[in-house]
Write a protein that binds this ligand. Structure first.
Ligand code: SF4
Length: 335
């Protein structure tokens, strides 16, 4: 991933990867919100008791993790040289047909951990030298994560907390994290409702994501970095370019630029990998473009558009990054 500089394109994040491999308020009342009878944490509003059954996200009311380890695949201001302390949560409230982490997003892989154990995992990652705690797909566990962060911070956790999500979430849920999260790293997948419906069963995604990102920016504001270039505060919005998705991507970029200018970073990814999964095979019958990688020309058209807008705070990827080797092993490491 490279910082997009209109004068000089530099900082090759993908090259890095190939070279290496590699007093907050008490949580009064939120357990009631989550545990007692209904879960309305996200826009699905399943209204089910997760202590008794699973909702759309396919996990119950105990945190389930698939991996917690140093991770070197993120943007340079997140991974740095030392790595990001990535904690991969099982389950997801989207059902993307092209999901790159399907085994964990469907809640099929993972180990249940207590809130206290989760807090200790955060502290262990900090002890391993992680530049931050990177909460990957955390939305459906927010109250429990909040509790774990409070415990860990009380025990001395001091590195930045990165919230790495799909942006398909509610501002009121995100508000629970105010003062606890330092960096928001959401996707903005779709500007197009039909695409959002067809690919992720979420027609309202564009509207929901716009509101979620607004709340994230309200909480953390303009980007700030430490002396090594690691982000201490701020928002980086990711967009994974999909095959045949240049128009959708340009509309995402236009919206972000018009709304936030260079007060946020935009990360443009070309690493879409058509995996050999049943859901993608089925979707491919209707949307055959999803069965191929993004072409060089498609990505160049998007980057040309970004340059034409004179966006300075952006990252892009160099070369052919579509590869299953970018997907970590979900083997319960560190859990
Ligand atoms: S977090 Fe899960 S159970 Fe709760 S509303 Fe969202 S999808 Fe449904």
């Amino acid at each position: 991933m490279t910082k997009l500089d209109t004068a000089k394109l530099s900082r090759d994040f993908t090259k890095d990867i190939s070279n290496k491999i590699t007093s907050v308020p008490e949580p009064q009342g939120f357990r009631h919100f989550f545990y007692a009878m209904i879960c309305t944490l996200c826009p699905r509003k399943c209204n089910i008791d997760r202590s008794e059954k699973k909702g759309f996200c396919n996990v119950n009311d105990t945190v389930m993790l698939a991996r917690a380890a140093l991770h070197f695949y993120e943007e340079p201001s997140i991974s740095g040289k030392e790595g990001s302390g990535a904690v991969f949560f099982s389950g997801c409230n989207l059902k993307c047909v092209f999901c790159q982490n399907e085994k964990i997003s469907r809640g099929l892989i993972g180990k249940e951990v207590s809130v206290e154990k989760l807090a200790n995992i955060f502290l262990s990652l900090e002890a391993q030298g992680a530049n931050n705690i990177n909460l990957v797909t955390p939305s459906h566990y927010v109250p429990l994560i909040k509790e774990a962060l409070i415990i860990a911070k009380d025990k001395g956790l001091s590195i930045p907390i990165v919230y790495n999500s799909s942006a398909y979430e509610l501002p009121e849920t995100l508000k629970m994290l105010e003062g606890l999260v330092d960096v928001y790293l959401p996707d903005f997948k779709y500007s197009d409702e039909t695409m959002a419906l067809n690919y992720s069963k979420a027609y309202d995604y564009p509207e929901v994501a716009r509101a979620a990102i607004a709340e994230m920016f309200r909480q953390v504001g303009e980007p700030k970095f430490d002396s090594r270039g690691i982000m201490k505060k701020g928002v980086i919005v990711r967009h994974l370019l999909l095959p045949g998705g240049v128009k959708n991507a340009k509309n995402v970029v236009s919206y972000l630029h018009e709304t936030y200018g260079d007060s946020i970073y935009i990360s443009l990814m070309n690493q879409y990998t058509p995996l050999d999964t049943d859901s993608l095979k089925k979707a491919g019958e209707k949307y055959p473009a999803l069965l191929r990688k993004v072409t060089k020309r498609e990505y160049e058209r998007l980057l040309d558009f970004v340059l034409s807008l004179d966006i300075k705070n952006a990252y892009f990827q160099e070369g052919d990054t579509a590869s299953e080797s970018f997907i970590p092993e979900f083997d319960l490491t560190g859990v």
